[in-house]
Design a protein around this ligand. Structure first.
Ligand SMILES: [Zn+2]
Length: 286
């Protein structure tokens, strides 16, 4: 779309005018964009190297007149069939993070990981009957989170294994925390966080920062450690970091929230703990 509303100055911006902003102003304002019609968070894409002009995008309300159709870009991880994924009753869901490629690349997080995961009121059950359980990949989990409200609100038990042990286990509705609620997460418990990337940056120390939109002062930044950045870029076949704007991300890592600002930082030191879902805008015909 060619126009978006910026919550900082309360104005509508055309993509051309927005693209001409000084870098620091543009980077601040691109995290505060919304669809001028439905008000959902929007993001700004710079002119691409392939000549696609600067424009805005959003995951619109279904009823939004500016609603665009997106196609998911091919990611190197397993393809997900979009159909045939309704939640079946019955057993739990198992995800083995050791099966996620790139699993050997791990660096130490800034804070020691919690020694047990008994906080946060979740139940931690070892699924007794693996046969009644379904196996998901991380990519499939993110796909379900993005596309299905029923999945997000499900009480079905999902269990993540890492290094052969239970890493996280609990009801789906408690294990996954959307970025908007990351500031409420107890600091020393393990969760998966997920949401939309509105901007990015690379700091002098070589870390990549994936930033959410800022809404009601709450925001999330995912820090990708410098040790794994090159592997991250290679693994997700990222040609230009600008491609990450608008993507959904699902990540597990130590989450710290500033009590003063409600800004959360999620530290990601292992590629097997993160997955991306990127989008291409398909021009709606007719
Ligand atoms: Zn909209």
């Amino acid at each position: 779309m060619q126009d978006a509303f910026c919550r900082i100055d309360g104005q509508n911006w055309s993509a051309d005018r927005f693209a001409a902003l000084p870098v620091s102003q543009l980077e601040a304002m691109r995290r505060q964009l919304a669809c001028i019609s439905c008000g959902r968070d929007a993001w700004f894409r710079k002119e691409s190297k392939h000549g696609h002009p600067a424009h805005f995008c959003a995951h619109h309300e279904d009823s939004c007149q500016l609603r665009a159709i997106y196609t998911v870009t091919t990611d190197p991880r397993d393809a997900v069939t979009e159909e045939a994924e309704e939640i079946s009753a019955g057993g739990g869901i198992l995800v083995d993070l050791d099966d996620e490629k790139g699993g050997e690349i791990t660096v130490n997080p800034v804070a020691p990981p919690p020694s047990n995961t008994g906080t946060g009121g979740r139940t931690h059950v070892l699924p007794g009957d693996r046969q009644s359980s379904e196996t998901y990949t991380l990519k499939r989990v993110l796909h379900r989170l993005v596309t299905s409200q029923a999945f997000r609100e499900s009480s079905r038990i999902i269990t993540f294994f890492r290094d052969g042990e239970v890493f996280i286990s609990g009801p789906i509705k408690e294990v996954f925390i959307p970025f908007e609620r990351a500031h409420e997460a107890p600091e020393h418990a393990r969760y998966f966080f997920w949401g939309n990337i509105a901007s990015y940056g690379v700091t002098q120390d070589g870390k990549l920062w994936l930033n959410s939109s800022e809404n009601h002062n709450e925001s999330v930044s995912v820090a990708i450690f410098d040790d794994i950045l090159q592997a991250f870029i290679a693994f997700f076949e990222i040609h230009d970091l600008e491609e990450l704007v608008g993507a959904h991300v699902l990540v597990s890592g130590h989450c710290q929230t500033s009590k003063r600002t409600k800004k959360s930082t999620i530290w990601c030191g292992a590629i097997r703990n993160i997955i991306l879902r990127r989008y291409n805008e398909r021009i709606k015909k007719g």
